[in-house]
Design a protein around this ligand. Structure first.
Ligand code: BG6
Length: 485
């Protein structure tokens, strides 16, 4: 039986493009995230930004929309206030990402932007002062826009070199401060988030699915090269692969549902199978052949992947789904809602047991250390007249999910961190709303970027602080919310 480690990293996770703002400050170049509009009144379940064609791209790039990610929650200028609040919550770690276009504004620049690097120097130094361990994602849903326009995104093998150069630059600069590195956010979500993950415009390629898998191959190669570089640079740092958990359950015990579910899930393991086991699995090669997908993979890349596997697996978990043979195909976007589960207004189901199951399955398959890199639920919170948010729904969600994680740990899963998404309210990745709030800390901006910017501690802030103080022992602490904040 395993226990939660004494030095377990209780933390939170954010991404640069959803928090920093300051999108043109100190030499930062435009990124893909900067052109994502907030569309008032849009269907909250419609993730319109994820599957992009050239016409939409031009319209978003040149249109007069509201672009919330350009200002985020002003983390770039206000990071000390946010870090202070996290320190007050006693968090041990903050997972955050580096903005690629802050370091290489066009992606293909000769030299990095020193002002961008200096920002992260300041940030990491302040986190160190506050005893908050940084967990850094190198690529989280934003790339220099120029790499989409000039090169066609990750479908182009040149992206390997540009990304490796960027990765090496940040590793070189920060390896003494940052131990844990996630190279690519949710590398398996390319079918749901092809534009954010790969920067591909679908009408610019002949065979969209092939282009996506080729682009993913380029990400595998870049990841292996960065891992090789990082291990030589500093053997104490850890470089990980990250999945968004999308493992499904069969809708019924009908053999066709069970088999489709099995085959679907195997293609979800594909990404970590390559990066942890170090080789392309036969089931994936068969899938490619059956779907007319021909990938360019060289012998030296095969060696590189074999010799530079990931040190840990990071997993984000939010919701779960089912598959039904009569309605679904191998397309990871086609699922059937589980009728036994409730969901929030964005259609994200609530199922803590799914976290127990996926972490246990990943452990059984890989036996490498794991972190929960994201877990949380979006709600429209109500700020009371006296600046409180009574978010018992959020407490319940995290309580049930932490209990599920503890169950997996008890049965052997080696999990060393739990990062709530997101410890303070930031812009939503999918819909660019501010009002889809995840935080334990309320941040007073609205969907159009107006507001006082003041921060207020929600009930969940006091709850999480006590969970951290008890190292996860006490999930039912009595909480008081008498602070001024
Ligand atoms: C994860 C992403 O998939 O989901 C985050 O890594 C994102 O960037 C999170 O914010 C929640 O999604 P959303 O659309 O509610 O912000």
């Amino acid at each position: 039986m395993r226990d939660i480690k004494k030095d377990f990293l209780w933390g939170g996770a954010i991404a640069a493009n959803q928090a920093e703002g300051a999108h043109r400050k100190d030499g930062r170049g435009l990124s893909t995230a900067d052109i994502q509009p907030f569309v008032p009144g849009a269907d909250p379940t419609d993730l319109h930004f994820n599957d992009m064609d050239s016409e939409t791209f031009e319209r978003y790039k040149n249109g007069a929309y509201i672009y919330p990610k350009r200002q985020g929650v002003h983390f770039y200028d206000r990071y000390k206030e946010y870090i202070d609040a996290l320190a007050e919550m006693h968090v041990k770690a903050l997972r955050l990402s580096i903005s690629w276009s802050r370091i290489f504004p066009n992606g293909d620049d000769e030299i990095p932007n020193e002002y961008g690097l200096a920002f992260y120097d300041r940030l990491f130094e302040y986190m160190k002062e506050k005893n908050i361990e940084p967990i850094v994602t190198i690529f989280h849903y934003e790339m220099p826009l120029n790499l989409v326009e000039q090169y066609g995104g990750w479908a182009n093998p040149k992206l390997i070199d540009y990304f490796v150069k960027y990765g090496q630059t940040v590793l070189q600069r920060f390896h003494q401060t940052v131990k844990y590195w996630i190279i690519i956010n949710q590398i398996n979500l390319v079918h749901k988030e092809a534009f954010a993950s790969l920067g591909i415009l679908k009408d610019k390629v002949d065979h969209y699915e092939q282009a996506k898998f080729q682009a993913v191959h380029h990400q595998f190669v870049a990841s292996a090269k960065i891992t090789e570089f990082g291990h030589k640079l500093n053997p104490t740092i850890q470089l990980g692969v990250m999945l968004a958990d999308t493992l499904t359950a069969p809708y019924s015990c009908e053999p066709a549902d069970v088999e489709l579910n099995f085959r679907r899930n195997r293609m979800q393991y594909f990404y970590s199978d390559v990066l942890i086991r170090g080789e392309y699995p036969e089931y994936a090669l068969t899938y490619f052949e059956d779907h007319g997908i021909q990938l360019k993979i060289t012998e030296s890349e095969i060696d590189l992947l074999r010799n530079n596997t990931a040190d840990f697996l990071a997993v984000s978990y939010y919701w779960s789904n089912t598959v039904k043979a009569s309605e679904n195909s191998m397309d990871p976007n086609s699922t059937v809602k589980n009728p036994h589960l409730k969901a929030n207004r964005w259609g994200w189901s609530i199922n803590a047991s799914g976290l127990y199951l996926c972490m246990s399955k990943y452990w059984d398959r890989y036996h490498v250390p794991m972190m929960i890199a994201e877990n949380g639920i979006g709600f429209k919170d109500v700020l009371t007249g006296d600046n409180h948010v009574h978010d018992d729904y959020r407490i319940e969600y995290h309580r049930d999910h932490i209990a599920a994680m503890k169950k997996a740990i008890r049965e052997g899963a080696d999990i060393f961190a739990y990062c709530s998404w997101a410890p303070f309210d930031i812009i939503s990745a999918g819909t660019a709303e501010m009002s889809k709030r995840y935080g334990f800390i309320y941040v007073d901006y609205d969907d159009e970027g107006s507001g006082s910017g003041q921060i207020h501690y929600k009930d969940s802030f006091h709850w999480y602080k006590q969970v951290i103080d008890s190292n996860g022992e006490d999930l039912y602490p009595s909480i008081s919310n008498s602070d001024e904040n």
